[in-house]
Design a protein around this ligand. Structure first.
Ligand code: PMP
Length: 428
């Protein structure tokens, strides 16, 4: 494979004319595909249909603590759901609060509470002149949307293959008291699929924040979402690590069963130190009399325990793996050696992150759309929707069928090639 940059103007033009013909043919098929969000496919949702049968009109709906789950009571989660989610999040059962159907909601509430009431007695963030958050990039657009919504200044921190650039994180956190938090997706990150290395987690736990109310927002959304049984990433448990380093209160850990059972109808949870949880409960008891215990019971009875959940995740992996492999194979065979893009093959999670040549991402996404393929908007993986290099594109292979994924991957690589050629021609 000759790198495109080494081709002459004439060679690029002739290549372009051939690729345009191919693109026309694909476009004529009138395909309509959506690869924009990390949604489980129908086949994956079907894996959890048994959950509809575990509670029937004949079921005993009393939970372990003897409360009738149909009624009010139990503010922070029934015991059996706490045990299940605690095992999933690798924390003690007493260090967890079960919330409603979404973890993003818990993250939003956490920021909102910090703004209006402060963190464990510190000044509410809304009374401060400036509040800043560190944002490893590329990252999850909905995290950035929350901090933007509250007027919190976001600072880009480049991701590396082992996690965020920790030199920069230490520099900001340990010296600037306006830095109150950092968004992290530490395992199979959204969108790169990167898992933070042991050293990265150790360095997080060893931070010495200038702000007493600095918190790590550790969103372990993909903690058990492996793609391969023989190739899995391991992540050091952050709560214990922070405790060992004498900073037990420095982290909030979030997770949910959204991509295990049903997104939107799962269970969200937070894990944190006793002191943090006490602070959270003060607000929670005003906010609600309790979350949906029937849903908690349904989850606990359907999965049984963490082993049941792990087995269940293998079925998800069997559906997801061929789709990821199809995209990765197409990227490798079609773009390998051309030096017009790079990507990382993840071992889990929901995304593949693609970096085009600088200044090409928006045009690639637009080109793909011309042929009927909707992708996550370029720039979405950065705070304020601004990718300074206009190069990152998030690929979400989970929702379409395998056949559709193959089509989509073809449209994508064609779009990458065409846009890259145009870019190279600008300087020839
Ligand atoms: N965090 C991350 C990193 C995600 O990718 C997602 C889903 N796309 C969420 C949180 C949303 O989780 P939930 O459904 O629990 O709100």
């Amino acid at each position: 494979m000759t790198a495109y940059k080494d081709l002459s103007k004439e060679e690029l033009l002739s290549l372009k004319s051939n690729l345009e013909k191919e693109f026309k043919k694909v476009k004529a098929k009138g395909i309509k595909l959506d690869m924009s969000r990390g949604k489980p496919s129908t086949e994956q949702l079907n894996l959890s249909m048994g959950m509809m049968d575990v509670l029937t009109s004949d079921s005993d709906l009393v939970c372990e603590e003897g409360v009738d789950c149909r009624n009010y009571g139990v503010l922070d989660g029934i015991k059996e759901a706490k045990q299940l989610l605690a095992d999933m999040m690798e924390v003690p059962k007493d260090n967890i609060i079960i919330f409603g159907n979404s973890s993003l909601n818990v993250m939003y509430d956490t920021i909102a509470r910090s703004m209006t009431h402060g963190v464990m007695g510190s000044t509410p963030w809304c009374k401060l002149d400036k509040v800043k958050f560190l944002c490893p990039v590329p990252g999850y657009d909905r995290h950035f949307a929350i901090t933007e919504y509250f007027g919190i200044e976001m600072i880009n921190i480049p991701m590396t293959p082992t996690g965020p650039d920790m030199d920069m994180v230490e520099e900001y956190v340990n010296n600037d008291p306006a830095v109150k938090g950092i968004w992290c997706v530490p395992k199979y990150s959204n969108p790169q699929g990167i898992t933070y290395s042991d050293e990265t987690v150790h360095r997080f736990a060893k931070l010495n924040p200038a702000a007493e109310d600095f918190r790590i927002f550790w969103d372990n959304a993909y903690g058990i979402h492996h793609l391969y049984e023989d190739k899995q990433d391991y992540l050091i448990e952050i709560l214990m690590e922070c405790k060992k380093e004498g900073h037990p209160d420095m982290v909030y850990k979030f997770a949910s069963t959204s991509k295990i059972s049903f997104p939107g109808s799962g269970i969200g949870a937070i894990a944190a130190s006793d002191a943090n949880l006490a602070d959270i409960r003060k607000q929670m008891k005003i906010q609600t009399i309790g979350h949906d215990k029937l849903n908690q019971l349904r989850h606990a009875r359907f999965f049984g325990d963490i082993h049941g959940m792990v087995q269940h995740m293998k079925k998800h992996a069997d559906i997801m793996r061929p789709k990821f492999d199809a995209v990765l194979d197409t990227l490798e065979t079609e773009l390998g050696g051309l030096e017009i893009g790079s990507w990382i093959a993840p071992r889990g999670g929901y995304f593949i992150s693609f970096d085009s040549m600088d200044g090409c991402a928006k045009a690639i996404v637009a080109k793909a759309k011309e042929a009927g393929l909707v992708m996550t908007g370029a720039g979405a993986t950065f705070p304020y929707g601004k990718d300074p290099k206009d190069s990152n594109i998030r690929i979400a292979p989970s929702y379409p069928t395998l056949q559709e994924i193959r089509e989509a991957a073809k449209i994508f690589v064609l779009s990458v090639k065409l846009v890259s050629i145009d870019k190279l021609l600008e300087n020839k």
